[in-house]
Design a protein around this ligand. Sequence first.
Ligand code: GLA
Length: 384
Amino acid sequence: MQEFIGKFQERFGRAPEAAAQAPGRLEILGNHTDYNEGVVLSCAVEQTTKFAAVPVRGSVCRVVDFRDGSEMTFDLSRPDAPPARDGSRYIKGMALELMKRNVPVPAFDAAIESSVPLSAGMSSSAALETAAGLGMLKLAGSELDPAELARAGQGVENDYLGLKTGLLDQFSSIFGRKNALILSDFRSVCVRRTVPLPDAYVLVVINSMKKHNLVDSEYNVRRQDCEEAARIMCQLVPEARTLRDISWEQLNCARERMSERVFRRALHVVGECTRVIEGARLLDSGDVAGFGKLLFESHESSRVNFENSTPELDYLVELARSVPGCLGARLSGGGFGGITVHLAERGRAEEYARRVTAAYKLRTGIEAQSIICALGGGAELFNL
Ligand code: GLA
């Protein structure tokens, strides 16, 4: 952080009045459950996005990205201007969300820097929203409940950018705990508890480097399917509010009342919620192999029921079954391309990643990126 602050001073000739950082995240189990008020096992990673800023007069904000030296600007007095195509849209979106919450965000000069891989499925956008949100709160001299800060980030995606995502990404970036997974509940919107991952194992991310063009619209359509299933189920089960409240037996009894597609979408969500609870229990009891099997089951359900996998993701998960050193793997995040997470033996992880990426290259011609992830802590504001 000191080096980043030094660069800021050099660039703007002033010291920042706020500096914050927020990590990327990995979804470990619990796919598309968050907006169904379900449960998720996730973690923050050690890759972070940094944000520092000083207030300036007027309403125009300037943001310098230290990765490439580019400069972006936006005007806080023009909330209705279409979102920029560059990363500044997440920062302006967050400023608008905070202003909706009566935070008097001043105009500012800011700098960002990030080690979270872009569009890789590790929530680089949530990391930026969160770091910028914390920084802007400091500039404004305001405070916000951390769960509300996560909602503000979700608001950027939902209202400003039109992507109907849940709370998982911002939530994990804010509440991540070093060296642990977190079990989050998106009904009560809280971290229920941390779940240990034994030291002998690591999470390896392997990026398929391929993504559908229609990721955002596919995501929104899946959400609609889930809502339709919930509507039908809530008529049958009066105490239910969302798919989170539905058991596999209840869903199965109602099979004839919905289209086959909607049934399979609901089956995925109901199955994922069950696997999250079961997975946390298995890790508590040290049954890492059992947990790994659930990762494979989760992927299979994505492939067959939720149809948010791709041939590339399927191949990476298939390799996880045959290359030694891995206990389980699945797609992670929204899907339709992006990344897979692999639970690997720590001592064999590098060799494992090398072999999987080599086999992947042979079959697809694509150079996959792999990252051996350390579980990082949540977002923080720095004392300057
Ligand atoms: C994306 C969304 C999250 C969540 C996951 C799927 O990452 O941003 O809210 O829905 O997909 O679990």
